[in-house]
Design a protein around this ligand. Structure first.
Ligand SMILES: Cc1cc2nc3c(=O)[nH]c(=O)nc-3n(C[C@H](O)[C@H](O)[C@H](O)COP(=O)(O)OP(=O)(O)OC[C@H]3O[C@@H](n4cnc5c(N)ncnc54)[C@H](O)[C@@H]3O)c2cc1C
Length: 441
């Protein structure tokens, strides 16, 4: 009889590797197929991995000498920019200093490869050390569907069969489209384009310039002139020896501007606030990738079919509601949930859509769907023109006068505020913005 796996995972990114680790520990016989030469070879992310699920997958990961993460985040900054200034909300706290950290910066080519190594170790200690595999450099061409039931995959010209398939193929979800769970065309306002550079400064310079100690790190998000008023935002994260600097720009807003994301990234790096941070650095990596905007209308209404589940960004499970981009932690949690569901379904001998229904239930109960639902208003607010236009300009005009001490009479803050508001936004629009922010953030 043909060899059959309990589960096949498509994609060795964060969702896929998290599912794989869970399957290995849960006694399942599985195959993970990744098209990149190694896990992480094709992956792009800002990237801060938020939350503490990493500690579930690799307990006490911070104790490892050469773990795949860069720095834990204990200093956060949000900057509103106009072309000449930046006005920041800055928060640093020692409550962030204790493991398990709630945010660590990662470089995906290193992090994913490290996590894949941990999965290999787990396979070695599992019930199926010689029958579960991570296979790289192989593209999954299609899902085998027979009579409406997913039975496995076709990859490298061969068929591989399984009781259950987990699609963890990321945002470019061609297989989810093939099986009919994703629409053929994704609306342009449900996706953005991300561009990123890794800029090497050396460990000492990173630590001196950003006042870091040991493995502590800083995240800085930017709105306003970061994208020249075009819907989107910028980021700068500290790694051990380098910075991750980039932009996420609305695909729809980018159309017809005659500019490329790379033009905008170069301008962003020349902004006085950013130029001082990246000064003297060497660009050692450049990447660009599509990323979901967090619009819940982009999440397929069905995430399961007979014999198949979708996890991570393949299901557009990403949230950017102003506090952080959350895609990797969502991928990790949903990969774990899909694998746990697969383990129970396989054990019961039934991997039909009905048997896989607990995946959706558990997803809905998790912080992933709860936050995606609760913060949809914030997602839309963030993409409103005032957020990249009037608001940052107001903040910077306010800052310019408030923080300037010259030999002239000083105006009270309320007076300055009233005048900058008048200059940039109508009172009614300002009140509406305030009401929305109060309701949604
Ligand atoms: C510029 C940018 C900045 C971001 N910043 C952050 C951040 O700071 N924090 C955060 O949490 N998220 C961030 N994100 C989002 C985050 O990177 C993604 O949401 C996350 O990586 C999704 O993980 P995943 O495992 O679902 O998909 P991916 O990481 O995309 O992994 C999918 C994997 O599947 C493989 N694959 C695809 N198709 C096939 C196939 N047919 N056969 C075999 N293999 C296949 C791919 O090679 C890939 O390895 C950012 C994204 C971008 C673009």
């Amino acid at each position: 009889m043909e060899e059959e796996f309990d589960c096949i995972i498509v994609g060795g990114g964060i969702a896929g590797l998290s599912a794989a680790m869970t399957l290995a520990r849960g006694g399942a016989k599985f195959l993970l197929v990744e098209r990149g030469e190694w896990s992480g070879a094709k992956n792009v992310s800002g990237g801060v991995l938020w939350g503490t699920d990493l500690n579930r997958l690799v307990p006490n990961y911070w104790e490892e000498e050469d773990a795949g993460w860069e720095r834990f985040v204990n200093h956060r900054r949000l900057s509103l920019m106009d072309p000449g200034a930046s006005f920041s909300l800055d928060f640093k706290s020692d409550h962030f200093d204790t493991p398990p950290y709630t945010g660590v910066t990662v470089l995906r080519s290193r992090f994913d490869a490290w996590l894949a190594g941990k999965v290999e170790e787990a396979i070695g200690e599992s019930d199926h050390p010689d029958e579960s595999f991570l296979a790289t450099d192989i593209l999954v061409e299609s899902v085998i569907v027979e009579g409406g039931v997913a039975r496995g995959i076709r990859a490298g010209g061969e068929d591989f069969r399984a009781k259950c398939v987990i699609l963890a193929e990321g945002v470019n979800n061609l297989l989810a489209r093939q099986v009919g769970l994703e629409k053929e065309y994704v609306p342009a306002d449900h996706v953005a384009v991300g561009v990123k550079e890794v800029i090497r400064l050396g460990r000492e310079t990173v630590e001196d310039r950003f006042q870091l100690r040991g493995r502590s790190g800083l995240t800085n998000e930017f709105v306003g002139a970061a994208t020249d008023g075009i819907d989107g935002g910028g980021f700068l994260y500290t790694n051990l020896e380098s910075l991750s600097v980039g932009l996420v720009i609305g695909m729809k807003a980018m159309r017809g501007t005659g500019r490329t994301p790379y033009d905008l990234l170069n301008e962003f790096k020349e902004h006085p606030a950013v130029a001082d941070m990246v000064r003297g650095g060497e660009v050692v990596e450049y990447s660009a990738k599509v990323v979901s905007t967090g619009d819940i209308r982009g999440v397929p209404s069905d995430l399961t079919m007979d014999g198949l589940m979708i996890a991570g960004e393949a299901a557009h499970l990403v949230l950017n509601a102003g506090r952080a981009i959350q895609g990797m932690d969502y991928a990790m949690r949903t990969g774990i949930l899909a694998a746990e569901t697969a383990i129970s379904a396989v054990a019961s001998g039934d991997t039909s859509k009905a048997a896989l229904a607990p995946y959706r239930q558990r997803l809905d109960e998790s912080y992933v769907m709860q936050d995606m639902k609760a913060f949809q208003g914030a997602v839309h607010l963030l993409h409103s023109p005032h957020m990249t236009g009037a608001l940052p300009r107001m903040a910077c005009d306010f800052g310019r006068e408030f923080f300037t001490v010259d030999n002239r009479p000083t105006r009270k803050a309320t007076r300055i505020l009233r005048d900058v508001r008048k200059k940039h936004i109508k009172l009614m629009d300002f009140m509406k913005l305030g009401a929305k922010a109060g309701r949604h953030l």
